[in-house]
Design a protein. Structure first.
Lengths: 211, 10
């Protein structure tokens, strides 16, 4: 554990809780992509199956359970409790275009051919692109609520902080996992455009709207 | 190098 990893995890946790609280408080999931949320649920499920097979620390297990619970909780709010507020007309990204190629890639580029390892690798590849339906939705509607912008910023920062963590671990522990590093860089790059808008608009008190 | 199958991150 180092400061970059911890900050990344807390940023990730903040993002997930921010989204849950936003939906709960406003009794609405308008502007949130249900498809991205489905992809994140798949990501957490396939990655954290190791809850049953390997124990790292109480911290790790606790966070995994929180991420899984919050993710399914979000899906429940979006597709059941507040379903009428879900803006499915603007959530039109075809997620099979992300699900299938990630799956194929996880069979081609993987460290070890075991079911758990392939599922873990799949979760890494899918996570890298899981935000695309949400970013697509923002670009289609041309705007995002400020709280949604904070959510996206926290979620994007998390992997960027993990990249610093991997650089740190490379020098201090000789730890190097190219699969997770390349996917993490791709994931962070996808947010760059949004980061720019967030810094130039949202942080200056303006609403995020596209020109 | 640590084996890649040591998954200690989230």
């Amino acid at each position: 554990m180092n400061i970059f990893r911890l900050s990344g995890d807390l940023s990730h946790l903040l993002a997930i809780l921010l989204l849950l609280v936003k939906i709960w408080k406003t009794r609405s999931c308008a502007g949130i992509s249900g498809k991205s949320q489905i992809l994140f649920a798949i990501v957490y499920t396939t990655r954290y199956l190791d809850l049953f097979t390997s124990f790292v620390s109480v911290y790790n297990s606790f966070m995994k359970v929180v991420f899984l619970t919050a993710s399914y909780g979000t899906l429940y709010l979006m597709f059941f409790k507040f379903k009428p507020t879900y803006d499915h007309n603007h959530d039109s990204f075809r997620i099979l275009y992300l699900i299938i190629p990630s799956l194929v890639l996880s069979f081609i580029i993987v460290h070890v051919y075991t079911v758990m390892e392939i599922l873990w690798t799949y979760s890494i590849y899918l996570e890298a692109v899981a935000i695309m339906p949400q970013l697509f939705m923002v670009s289609r509607t041309g705007e995002a609520e400020t709280i949604t912008s904070h959510y996206l910023f926290a979620l994007g920062s998390y992997r960027a902080l993990y990249i610093l963590n991997w650089i740190y671990r490379y020098y201090t522990e000789d730890f190097l996992d190219m699969i997770v590093i390349i996917a993490g860089i791709v994931q962070t790059i996808l947010y760059c455009d949004f980061f720019y808008l967030y810094i130039t608009k949202v942080l200056k008190g303006k609403r995020l709207s596209l020109p | 190098l640590k084996p890649s199958y040591v998954k200690d991150e989230l």
